[in-house]
Ligand binder design. Structure first.
Ligand code: CU
Ligand code: ZN
Length: 230
């Protein structure tokens, strides 16, 4: 509770100062950063989101399987997407490890996104649109991972410094990852669909993001010669 009074006092001082048009001095900036940290901590504690194990590091696993709504002639993509994030301010890291793409078309690009719902009742279709907590256009959604190149029928990629988070009110735990048949036009398609979903086409495969132990991540790193990068 003391923290809340402290926060209210600091915010009031800052509001009065900026209303008077005074320049916020470095000391006050520091105070603001400190306040931001405190607010974040309070919020995390309130939501009880701090990972209890794994030394404060959160992990999540998404086991990818073909959409149940896919025609039988379509390719069957399987694999997983693994996530790791240090509590509370670390940026998300992800490993994409997928197979089942055609082996004869090297370097074709496929879009991968986080979608709104972790509901796969109607295959990947019931995942709905892109997860968009801040009501912005594509490709500025947190889970707009962009295009992934297929090599030898596989996508193997490590990404860091990502926007989605496993913590707090905008956590992506319980939402879904969708792998598309086509490339993402990254909002440059000159139509509404481009600003909604990047015209990435059919949903080949998907999974629900679930919190997990560190086992999958560590096993993956140990089983390969480091992080995949291609
Ligand atoms: Cu998508
Ligand atoms: Zn998007």
């Amino acid at each position: 509770m003391n923290n809340l009074f402290y926060l209210a006092a600091v915010l009031t001082v800052c509001a009065v100062r900026s209303a008077r048009g005074e320049v916020v001095k470095p000391v006050e900036e520091e105070l603001l950063t400190d306040t931001n940290k405190k607010v974040n901590e309070l919020w995390m504690n309130f939501l009880n989101m701090k990972p209890a194990d794994n030394d404060g590091i959160a992990y999540a696993t998404c086991s990818v399987s073909p959409s149940s709504k896919l025609e039988s002639s379509e390719i069957k993509v399987t694999g997983r997407v693994l996530f790791k994030q240090v509590f509370p301010t670390g940026k998300l890291e992800a490993i994409f490890d997928l197979e089942g793409f055609p082996t004869d078309v090297n370097q074709s690009a496929r879009a991968i996104h986080i979608h709104k719902y972790g509901d796969l009742t109607d295959g990947c279709d019931s995942a709905d649109g892109h997860y968009n907590p801040h009501s912005v256009d594509h490709p500025h959604h947190p889970g707009d991972f962009g295009n992934f190149l297929v090599r030898d029928g596989k996508i193997q990629k490590f990404l860091s410094n990502l926007d989605p988070t496993l913590f707090g009110p905008s956590s992506v735990i319980g939402r879904s990852v969708v792998v598309h048949k086509q490339a993402d036009d990254l909002g440059k398609g000159n139509n509404q669909a481009s600003l909604d979903n990047g015209n990435a086409g059919k949903r080949l495969a998907c999974c629900i993001i679930g919190s997990s132990s560190k086992n999958n991540w560590e096993k993956y790193i140990q089983g390969t010669s480091g992080f995949p990068d291609r």
